[in-house]
Design a protein around this ligand. Structure first.
Ligand code: ARG
Length: 592
């Protein structure tokens, strides 16, 4: 039983003993004590006045006296308005350190048997990954790691939208204007090469539209009638019909793209256990359409198109299959959802996709529920906001998109420059330096994107992200290196025994309380699918460690017992910092 559980249990007892009311432990609310008050754990007494029929202050006094008498770890309390602040004994916090210290798996929860799929990344194959994908990839990876640390069995999956009009556009433009260009001949990364032709398609298509508009066609007509778009549509039909040359070109260009994606994924440090390809799954959706028609969940319009009426649910009528029998985006997702479940039988299935698709996923989940899929309740859309750069919104069509590879390279280059300026790499080999720059550049990027709640739109400021001070990845990485340096100067092996130093300094206690909160933070992050909770926790820990480092002399202490205790506290801090950062996909250096 944790101390929190013990306190909740005794609170329930107290209410029974003092106010003769039976309660459940989940009727109470515990919080971390606010910095300005004495104590570490706070009971919110407002809800309990319902049983006590007294003011929150008097209720706090009653409960405080009861808890102090009955819970050994509580040595004092104070009541501020509706808050009962409990002072926990220093011995208790010290004991926590002993436990954390001796458990290498601290903060890794036992397997629950719960299985979760996290689908993330899920790119289209007509162009390279961009800044939005970076947020997606980092979120998906981190949420998967957090769920796994919480005892879930996690399958990371990637649904590749490898077919459709978008890729036909790139294919057509390459055929018309490419002169046989390949990644080898051009020296371009495969996904960039294919993306180049997507942009060319768009340019040429616009030109054609302008000509048609000058001839008096409306915007809409010109869009429909331009020869290029019609050719792309014919190409898609040829693809669906299995036309050999089209399929061959499609395979070739997609293979270029995959080689490119693989490199970007490696640089981002993300991985997948299972790939799904839309070209394999889009037909499966059609079976579900038949099933839905038979069950009366869908209806057919006179032109043969298939729809679902969601007006009762406050949505509208939604097309699920075109009149010509071809799939729309959601058809494919219906089929893939079923396939995923058949493959893994997971309890939860998370989709990490930007908030511009909120409506799509609402509809998708609703349809699966209406179809009576028992697993539909486990579906969850982890929606996230757009990423802006200081220069404005990224656009993909006009070729002004912030490319993922470019951004990654730039981050690493900036990390190199900053680190050299600060002279932090004296005595490093070339290889060590390269590793460090990689670690810092990526750490800066990842931390900056993950410290913000997924739902919030965010402004990525590369310069701010790589600052060695403030709420940044490099600051936390630097703190980790600082601790490692303290430990190495002391020749600390990590196996030393240590004893209670008699009392704790405030910075020591604060640090211990923080480290003890890690499992709870991990749990919250998992419940809320929020790496931001881990990021901000790790930042607090780094700040507390630095305060401790400045206020409590470690190596200079002539009390050997105190010194070993402080070293152990340092080692535990480093271990938790590292665990937390790793959950964000961030590596931490041992020196810098
Ligand atoms: N490829 C899509 C896009 O780039 C995202 C796919 C999201 N996943 C899904 N199962 N629909 O917009």
């Amino acid at each position: 039983m944790t101390l929190e559980q013990k306190i909740l249990h005794h609170l329930s007892e107290a209410v029974q003993a003092i106010y003769q009311t039976k309660t459940d432990t989940d009727q109470f609310n515990l919080q971390e004590t606010r910095k300005e008050f004495e104590g570490q754990i706070t009971v919110v007494t407002f809800p309990i006045t319902e049983f006590s029929k007294k003011s929150p202050e008097l209720t706090g006094e009653d409960l405080g006296n009861y808890l102090k008498t009955n819970v050994d770890e509580i040595v004092a309390f104070n009541v501020i308005k509706g808050f009962l602040n409990l002072v926990i004994s220093d011995e208790y916090w010290f004991q926590q350190l002993k436990e954390i210290y001796s458990a290498p798996s601290y903060g890794i929860l036992p397997k629950t048997g719960n299985k979760v799929m996290v689908e993330y990344s899920s790119p289209n194959t007509n162009k390279p990954l961009h800044l939005g994908h970076i947020r997606n990839n980092l979120l998906g990876y981190s949420v998967a790691e957090i769920l796994a640390a919480n005892g879930n069995e996690v399958i990371k999956s990637n649904l590749v939208n490898d077919r459709g009009i978008h890729i036909c556009k790139s294919m057509l433009a390459w055929q018309k204007y490419g002169n046989g260009e390949t990644p080898e001949s051009s020296g371009l990364k495969g996904d960039h090469l294919v993306g180049k032709y997507y942009v060319i398609f768009d340019k040429e298509y616009k030109k054609q539209q302008d000509v048609l508009k000058a001839q008096g066609q409306s915007e809409e007509e010109a869009k429909k009638n331009a020869a290029l778009i019609q050719e792309a549509q014919q190409m898609l039909q040829a693809w669906e019909a299995g036309d050999e040359p089209v399929i061959t070109l499609w395979k070739t260009m997609n293979s270029w793209v995959y080689a490119g994606f693989e490199q970007t994924y490696a640089k981002l440090g993300v991985d997948f256990q299972k790939f799904y390809y839309e070209s394999d799954t889009y037909l499966l959706g059609k079976d579900i359409i038949d099933e839905g028609l038979a069950k009366g969940v869908f209806f057919k319009k006179p032109d043969g198109s298939v729809w679902i009426d969601l007006t009762k649910e406050g949505l509208d009528e939604k097309l699920v299959l075109r009149a010509d029998g071809t799939s729309v985006y959601i058809t494919q997702d219906l089929g893939t959802a079923q396939l995923k479940y058949n493959d893994f039988g997971m309890d939860e299935s998370i989709y990490v996709v930007g908030n511009e698709q909120d409506y799509h996923f609402k509809v998708l989940f609703l349809i699966l529920e209406k179809l009576g899929k028992s697993w539909a309740k486990g579906l969850y859309h982890l929606s996230y906001g757009m990423v802006d750069l200081p220069t404005g919104k990224m656009k993909s069509r006009e070729g002004t998109v912030v490319d993922a590879d470019d951004l990654i390279d730039e981050m690493v280059a900036t990390a190199k420059q900053r680190t050299e300026e600060l002279g932090k790499v004296d005595g490093f080999s070339e290889e060590e330096k390269a590793n460090l720059y990689q670690m810092i550049g990526m750490g800066a990027l990842k931390y900056f994107l993950l410290k913000v709640e997924p739902k919030k739109r965010l402004l990525f400021d590369p310069n701010e992200s790589i600052d060695f001070q403030g709420n940044t990845g490099p600051f936390i990485q630097y703190t980790h290196a600082r601790i490692c340096s303290v430990l190495s100067k002391a020749d600390y092996a990590g196996t030393e025994t240590f004893a209670y130093p008699g009392q704790l300094a405030e910075t020591e206690r604060d640090l211990l309380v923080n480290i003890s909160q890690y499992p709870q933070v991990l749990n919250n992050a998992s419940q809320e699918h929020s790496p931001a909770l881990i990021a901000n926790y790790v930042y607090d820990l780094a700040k507390l460690y630095n305060k401790f480092y400045h206020e409590a002399p470690i190596l200079k202490s002539d009390d050997e017992n105190l010194k070993t205790f402080r070293l152990a506290l340092s080692a535990a801090s480093a271990a938790v910092l590292k665990k937390g950062m790793n959950l964000l996909g961030i590596q931490v250096p041992e020196r810098m």
